[in-house]
Design a protein around this ligand. Structure first.
Ligand code: EPU
Length: 350
């Protein structure tokens, strides 16, 4: 097992932040994990800090050179496990590119992931933050995953109920010590993920941007491929391409408030974008709140707020993780002062 030293991380984070991993190991098979754990360097490098598992780096802010051992997951492969009259069970290696995997499932004639087209990152990172877009979350199509316990080296399998999925959240985002008995950050390395794509396929069309497309095109019963194309178009129009402008997608979660809090905000700001949730709470559009505070196009150093969508922070060239976090903090302060709402960042900060 080769542990590389001083590895540039700029190509491995979509923000394009310049930093190095002091030590990095590439994981291509389950056997690589066993070999690494058997290497004397393992105990040396993981004695004081748990390793850091890196997927596509699309939901990450790096604030300096990374001292924990970085495990770069490059486990590939995708296959159909079974097709029944109720659906398709499909599996992919954690290192597979998410969008390429979605495209491949559609080409094979297994629809169900199309609303999540073009989300940057890898298959293995998808459950970590329970990715979601246009009315579908990963947990809606998730079957199970395989992982390796980095403490013991033992492989294990988790079903959906064991992953603690929430809005952009799961057990994999929480350290074991932060109160969740199942916190698995730094402990679990996801190797493979399985998806259940039910039959008959039903389009998920409730999202405003998709309804607009239906009205514009007159297509009220789009097939999965059309829906995929619409989602790709909408995302391209609204979100910066990380290959061109560094970013990590939405930087903050959409906050949830009580109906009373929402009524209070509406009384002051009648135009606030809000969505009543099935559990009686109300979700507010963080992008709208940030926009209302006048942040679009502003920035700190080389970190900025994207001109077309205030929820996305961008690297205008040479931004440091510190600049990104300073900007994020300034946005949080102004939204709190104006609306009394604490915005919570979506990406993992290291
Ligand atoms: N809005 C503004 N100004 C802005 C940005 C947004 O007024 O600068 C308003 C929009 O007009 C719209 C509302 O806020 O009425 C919501 O905006 P949008 O529809 O763009 O969705 P979002 O809430 O910003 C969420 C997810 C995205 C996901 C889309 C589509 C979160 C934090 N973000 O964005 O996920 O693609 O919905 O489902 O939940 C991601 O997590 O990285 C991500 C891109």
């Amino acid at each position: 097992m080769i542990v590389e030293k001083q590895v540039p991380l700029q190509p491995h984070n979509t923000f394009g932040i310049v930093a190095r991993a002091l030590h990095l190991a590439r994981i291509r098979t389950e056997a690589d994990i066993a070999a690494l754990r058997a290497d004397p360097q393992w105990s040396e490098l993981t004695a004081s800090t748990p390793p850091f598992v890196l997927g596509g780096g699309s939901n990450l802010v790096i604030t300096g050179d990374v001292r924990p051992l970085v495990l770069k997951v490059e486990i590939m492969g995708r296959r159909l496990i079974e097709a029944t009259d109720k659906g398709w069970l499909v599996e992919a290696g954690a290192g597979e590119n998410w969008h390429t995997f979605v495209q491949w499932t559609l080409e094979q004639g297994w629809p169900g992931l199309e609303n999540m087209a073009l989300i940057p990152g890898t298959v293995g990172a998808a459950p970590v933050q329970n990715i979601g877009a246009y009315g579908v979350e990963l947990q809606d199509r998730f079957h199970s995953l395989d992982a390796v316990d980095l403490h013991t080296g033992e492989p294990f399998t988790l079903k959906a109920a064991q992953c603690g999925f929430g809005y952009r959240d799961s057990v994999f985002k929480h350290a074991p010590a932060d109160g969740r008995s199942l916190g698995l950050a730094g402990r679990a390395l996801i190797t493979r993920v399985r998806f259940w794509l039910p039959k008959p396929w039903k389009p998920v069309l409730g999202y405003a941007d998709l309804e607009r497309r239906m009205a514009e095109t007159g297509q009220h019963a789009p097939d999965a491929r059309t829906l995929f194309d619409w989602v790709v178009d909408i995302r391209r129009a609204k979100l910066p391409d990380p290959a061109v402008i560094g970013n990590a997608g939405s930087f903050f979660k959409n906050p949830t408030v009580t109906p009373e809090q929402c009524a209070d905000i509406i009384a002051r700001e009648p135009r606030v974008v809000h969505y009543p949730m099935p559990d009686g709470t109300v979700k507010l559009a963080a992008g709208w709140l940030i926009d209302a505070c006048g942040w679009k196009g502003r920035g700190v150093g080389n970190a900025g707020v994207y001109e077309k969508q205030a929820l996305v922070l961008v690297n205008r060239g040479g931004a440091t993780g510190g600049e990104v976090m300073t900007l994020a903090g300034a946005i949080q302060t102004s939204v709190y002062e104006r609306f009394g709402i604490r915005l919570e960042p979506e990406p993992v900060v290291i």
